[in-house]
Design a protein around this ligand. Sequence first.
Ligand SMILES: [Zn+2]
Length: 309
Amino acid sequence: MRIHIVTLCAAILFAGCGPASPPAGDGRLRVVATTQQLADAVTNIAGDAVVLTALLGPGIDPHTYVATEGDIQTFQDADLIIANGLLLEARMARVLEQIGRGDATRVVAVGERLDPLTLLNWEPEAGLPYDPHIWNDVRLWIEVVGVIRDTLVELDPANAAAYTANATRYITELEALHQYTLAQVERIPQDLRVLVTAHDAFNYYGRAYGFQVEAVQGISTESEASAADIQALAGVITARRVPAMFVETTISPRTIEAVQAAVRAAGREVTIGGALFADAMGAPGTPEGTYIGMMRHNIDTIVAALAGN
Ligand SMILES: [Zn+2]
């Protein structure tokens, strides 16, 4: 009981010290990253120099995820919250805005730090000015890694040299990933570079790697596909003789299976070429649990399904 009171007094003293949050017990910066992609970038740049909490795990849909009371506490305890922004985390946007109010260094929405000219427009009339799926263009993600590096250097200058060196090494790996993806795409016949997926996560991918992108659902998974959407997509697949389409790890395969049935009814066959990681990555400890492993899985799956034998 006595220890508890002492801790409480210490906390009050810290709170009265000034604008900076009290450091973690061991002095390390406490960082929360909303998505796995962001958490992986932080790990690559900071390693054990920060205490990292990754909020959204494998299979969790960021468009629809609502912060729990525990999550809000985690946000409040953090020195730095790194979010994707651009309304990817649509149902956490208000909470993050409230926590960031009055302290712009505490909540960093990386997508909103990018040059808007590099972003794809979406549906401004629906309150979604920009497509939030920025990790699907590796060159854009390299910009994001730079934003995270600069933020960590600013908040924790004692570790600046390590953050800078680690980010440089990681960016070299990301540049190799970008070149690998471009080389793999060359194996797919030009007229078959059509990416049919469950929801619209791959527009940056299409722009960067030369795919026509067709999706059943809109940019957010909250909108439901209509029968007309399914028929329209089946028409594109039939006309372009697309051999395969893809399911996603965070979305029920129901709509993609409905498209497959509609194509079949029109007298053609389209296979399901496997599952792509669209909004979440694989399990920690597996290759797909890293950003680079996930992106390699995606292009390898796409090439296997579209390049033929
Ligand atoms: Zn999405």
